[in-house]
Design a protein around this ligand. Structure first.
Ligand code: FES
Length: 119
């Protein structure tokens, strides 16, 4: 049975909604994001060609729908890789373009007002 290791990284107050912080933990670069008061962490390596995924812009995306118009939504929930523009859901790491591709995620919990990464 594998056990995940916990690593305290930053205080909760140091990451406000809409902000991100990139930390180095055990030789891994990991981006931690506050999306509307919830915390998520992604490996800072894009599954496409290895770009620094977590350094790309946090955006929304074009929503699918029945209308012929482009509807923009999910502002602040999407991370766009700066290298080639692939979009990923911050919460899950799921690629929006290809359901088979995911960025690596780590769980984040709060302990004593500190954010804890589970590696
Ligand atoms: S390396 Fe991220 S989209 Fe290509």
């Amino acid at each position: 049975m594998s056990r995940k290791r916990k690593q305290i990284v930053i205080g909760r107050a140091d990451l406000q909604p809409g902000e991100r912080r990139i930390v180095e933990v055990d030789g891994r670069s990991i981006g931690i994001f506050n999306v509307n008061g919830e915390y998520f962490a992604l490996h800072n390596r894009c599954p496409h060609m290895g770009g620094n995924l977590c350094e790309g812009p946090v955006t929304g995306t074009t929503l699918s729908g029945d209308s012929a118009e482009f509807v923009y939504g999910r502002e602040g929930e999407i991370l766009r890789c700066a290298w080639h523009g692939w979009e990923f859901e911050i919460e899950t790491g799921q690629s929006l373009a290809d359901g088979r591709i995911k960025a690596r995620c780590y769980s984040v919990t709060i302990e004593d007002e500190r954010l804890v990464l589970h590696l």
